[in-house]
Design a protein around this ligand. Structure first.
Ligand SMILES: Cc1cc2nc3c(=O)[nH]c(=O)nc-3n(C[C@H](O)[C@H](O)[C@H](O)COP(=O)(O)OP(=O)(O)OC[C@H]3O[C@@H](n4cnc5c(N)ncnc54)[C@H](O)[C@@H]3O)c2cc1C
Length: 444
């Protein structure tokens, strides 16, 4: 069984195959599993990478029928039942294939925008955002006589008002201010400017409008400048172009959308608008009963009997959330296990159990919809904290995150503010493709 991707879906598929009579090869381009729901806290210096990521090898060390391999899949040949990997001469053959490759940042056809903004999908993205903001604060502190440049350095634009954009903007507006007031001498907290830009007319548009209203009030109370119904027309170096306005910003975070990785285009199976694979009710690919797509990469109907297509407003699809990924991964793992044991070979449809959705905006500010009930404020926030802790990878991460949350939320001390970039006089330093922070007009 070849499992591509060690995210929530791929990992659960492997776990469900524990004890099954097969060899499992789990391949991921990273050496770790990442708890993406807390990635924004790494980007805003609240947590460190090791709090939310763990090596796949150690997570699966106790399961003797799994081997972990680090490689990047580049093409899949369904006819010859092989997958090819970057820099590896020989493709790998499979009997069963599970595709759990997740989604990537969607730049909506503007490939150049990735030079001016940073998406938020990987630990690398989170560290780039964090370092860029911390570097900008240092540079702003060193400026004496250029208020426009200081304003640009201290401005961050977050594009997209889904859960990721809202959580990023709220945390950025909240977490940095106390340190700036106490530790900086020139820069003042009120100079930090966070702008949330969205084409939608309300934040968290997938939630009930009442929770969107509450989110908007909470964001504004934290000082976030929210621009709704404002599609981004262009991104340039340090600039976000909207209709009739250009915002100068040193840090631009792109949380406006996701799409399937291009590897799916060679499969020759039906895809939806963003490239997700339109799977059969058991999550297999049409015409390929031994190949499955799970998690974010799969467009799975909430009601497996629903014949409607992706454009049909009556058709509902499983949302791209961790629960959908874990449940579909486990379902496919069990399906393969039963087949290998010679048991049920009939198609067993995947049924999604909706456990609700939530988003946090800041300290004691969150919204949640669970079982048709809506919550906001402290209750929703405590629920959010509890659920995220409960689902975190292991006891060590739970303890570390809990301590850091106490530091951040009780004592207002974000913990992870060390920038480990090579010094600028190091000839081996790689400046990356975003412009480096200017440093002029030093205060002596
Ligand atoms: C910033 C952010 C915040 C989120 N917040 C929440 C939240 O609060 N609650 C919630 O329920 N969900 C949240 N989500 C969504 C949730 O994280 C996803 O639904 C879930 O991670 C999907 O799991 P997956 O296994 O399908 O994909 P992923 O977790 O994305 O895993 C895909 C894996 O495939 C690997 N991979 C990709 N391409 C290749 C390749 N070519 N070769 C080899 N390996 C490859 C990747 O390295 C990765 O390990 C959030 C997502 C993000 C990005």
């Amino acid at each position: 069984v070849l499992v591509l991707g060690g995210g929530f879906a791929g990992l659960e598929a492997c776990r469900a195959l524990r004890g099954a009579p097969c060899e499992i090869l789990l391949v991921d381009r990273q050496n770790h599993h990442l708890f993406q729901p807390l990635l924004y806290q790494v980007a805003t210096a609240g947590l460190s990478g090791s709090d939310i990521a763990q090596p796949l090898r150690s997570m699966l060390a106790g399961q003797s029928n799994v081997q972990v391999h680090r490689a990047t899949a580049v093409s899949i040949d369904l006819a010859s039942r092989t997958v090819a990997f970057r820099d590896e001469p020989d493709p790998i053959e499979y009997d069963h294939l599970v595709l759990g490759l997740g989604l990537v940042t969607n730049w909506f056809g503007h490939a150049s925008w990735s030079r001016y903004a940073i998406g938020l999908k990987t630990l690398h993205d989170a560290y780039r955002i964090r370092d860029r903001m911390l570097d900008a604060a240092e540079a702003a502190e060193n400026l004496v006589d250029d208020p426009d440049e200081r304003r640009r350095l201290l401005t961050t634009v977050v594009v997209g008002s889904g859960p990721t954009g809202v959580e990023m903007a709220g945390a950025m507006a909240e977490l940095g201010r106390r340190e700036i007031e106490t530790e900086y001498r020139i820069v003042r907290a009120h100079q930090l400017r966070i702008v949330l830009v969205s084409a939608d007319d309300r934040p968290l548009s997938s939630f009930h409008p009442e929770l969107s209203r509450r989110t908007l009030d909470d964001l504004r109370s934290l000082g976030v400048d929210v621009r709704l119904s404002s599609p981004v027309r262009d991104l340039r170096e340090g600039e976000v172009v909207l209709d009739g306005e250009t915002i100068a910003a040193h840090t631009i975070v792109w949380a406006a959308g996701v799409r399937a990785p291009s590897i799916v285009h060679g499969l020759g199976v039906p895809l939806d608008r963003v490239g997700r694979i339109l799977v059969e009710p058991d999550c297999s690919l049409p015409g390929h009963p031994n190949v499955f797509a799970v998690g974010d990469l799969a467009a799975m109907r909430v009601d497996p009997g629903d014949p409607g297509g992706p454009g049909d407003p009556a058709s509902r699809f499983v949302p791209g959330v961790a629960q959908g990924a874990m449940q579909s991964g486990a379902h496919v793992g069990r399906t393969i296990r039963d087949r290998l044991r010679g048991g049920a070979v009939s198609v067993r449809p995947f049924r999604y159990q909706d456990r609700g959705s939530m988003a946090t905006i800041g300290r004691a500010k969150a919204v949640a919809e669970i079982g048709g009930r809506r919550f906001g404020g402290l209750v929703a926030w405590l629920l959010w904290l509890f659920i995220h802790l409960a689902f975190l990878i292991d006891l060590r991460s739970k303890a570390s995150v809990l301590l850091k949350w106490i530091a951040a939320y009780v004592f207002y001390r974000p913990s992870n503010r060390i920038v480990a970039a090579a010094p600028t006089d190091d000839e081996t330093a790689d400046g990356g493709h975003l412009r480096s922070t200017p440093s002029r007009g030093r205060v002596v």
